[in-house]
Design a protein around this ligand. Structure first.
Ligand code: ZN
Length: 406
């Protein structure tokens, strides 16, 4: 690592952090956290299976299987930073490390102190997909995003989205018979959330369908609404989803809320960022935030940001997917975005240890990119410092309307 990298990294470690996207767990799930639980509720254990086991052999096999992967690398660094040690996690020290984690998390709210004091998080946009619109009881740290997925997917109480949500189960007062009444109810719900402090809208529908949304058709959607799912064919379902998605794009403009859109690493056949270009054309007044560098198609996100005035770029999740790709992507995004206030970041995690690890990954990416740009004469150190502040907190604060300053 060069001295320029070290200088920039040292600056980053003093800056506040504003995050564009978290799925942070509420107090009751943070109390009594263990090492195993942290791994399970991270991208290392993403597939939901019990990943560790409690024998030394099982733990050794788990560590051997995951070491070298980016998710494991950064979460281990996060655990080390939060719990103040620098040895690797091994089957031998597992119980000692886990006990340290459990003791620290025996105090309710300790997870927030870790975010604030170790991670320097000042504010974060929270995506509580298990309870839409919630700030998990910590309005001092979290501002909700308004998730759209179940409303885009579900036209009937028997249809569930990829998180197993359904609007009629979550909101028993949602009108079931009349589509116009349902849309009026939905607009009132989102307007209420916005008024109560929600700062964005969010779609993760690329986990279950293509980003290639057509224009939709309100009349066709009204004909599908409330019908038993076995009577609705694929084409009619798609028409419903497209209508609802476009309806939300228009609502985002009306509520003046940036619309965060998951790209890449969803259903890979349909999560390619370029598929979203017609929607960007269709809704010039909506501010779209393109997530996750659209991995693996990160140059496409750069091209969209270059050509469209209604696009921001968000590196959320990207540094822990692949720091190598994120370094390349950030180099390009700094070069091609119209102005340098359009790039932000979030950790996209459930626990504070993981959030700190993801932050360390982001700091590594930012320091590497800015140091390389200084060393090859592209920018000077003063520019690098200005960009560092923008990337760590100023851009996210501006995009989501926070008034955060160091
Ligand atoms: Zn997420």
């Amino acid at each position: 690592m060069s001295s320029t990298y070290r200088t920039i990294y040292a600056l980053l470690e003093t800056l506040p952090v504003v995050s564009s996207h978290e799925h942070h767990w509420p107090d009751e799930l943070q109390v009594g956290l263990t090492l195993e639980r942290i791994f399970e509720k991270s991208y290392v254990g993403w597939r939901g299976a019990r990943v560790v086991g409690s024998t030394p052999e099982a733990r050794g096999a788990f560590l051997a299987r995951h070491r070298g992967g980016s998710y494991f690398t950064w979460i281990e660094k996060g655990i080390q930073r939060v719990h103040d040690f620098d040895q690797k996690i091994t089957p031998e020290n597992w119980d000692e490390v886990s006990g340290r984690i459990e003791r620290r998390h025996s105090t309710p709210g300790e997870h927030i102190s870790i975010l604030r004091e170790v991670g320097r998080y000042r504010r974060a946009v929270q995506d509580t997909y298990w309870q839409y619109g919630s700030d998990i009881g910590h309005p001092e740290m979290f501002s909700p995003t308004m998730r759209t997925d179940m409303f885009v997917r579900c036209f009937h109480p028997a249809v569930r989205d990829h998180d197993d949500n359904n609007p009629f189960a979550c909101y028993p007062d949602a009108p079931r018979g009349d589509f116009a009444a349902y849309l009026a109810w939905l607009e009132a719900l989102f307007t209420r959330w916005r008024g109560a402090g929600a700062v964005a809208m969010k779609s993760a529908s690329a986990y279950e369908r293509s980003l290639g949304y057509g224009p939709g058709d309100l009349r066709a959607a009204a004909a599908v609404f409330g019908r038993a799912p076995e009577t609705v064919d694929g084409e009619a379902r798609a028409a419903y989803e497209e209508t609802m998605f476009n309806w939300f794009c228009a609502l985002a403009a009306k509520l003046d809320a940036p619309f965060q859109v998951h790209m890449g690493l969803g259903q890979l056949t349909g999560s390619r960022p370029m598929l979203f270009a017609p929607t960007l054309d269709r809704h010039p007044r909506t501010r779209f935030v393109l997530f996750h560098m659209g991995y693996p198609w990160y140059p496409e996100v750069g091209a969209l940001a270059h050509n469209y005035r209604n696009v921001c770029v968000d590196m959320v999740w990207a540094p822990i997917i692949s720091p190598t790709a994120a370094i390349s992507a950030l180099h390009q995004y700094i070069e091609v975005t119209r102005t340098n206030d359009l790039i932000a970041w979030g950790s996209d995690t459930w626990t504070s240890e993981d959030a700190v690890g993801a932050l360390l990954a982001w700091q590594h990416v930012v320091a590497t990119v800015l140091a390389e740009k200084v060393e090859n004469g592209y920018i000077d150190m003063a520019d690098a410092e200005r960009l560092a502040r923008r990337l760590m907190y100023e851009n996210a604060a501006k995009i989501y309307g926070f008034a955060e300053r160091p």
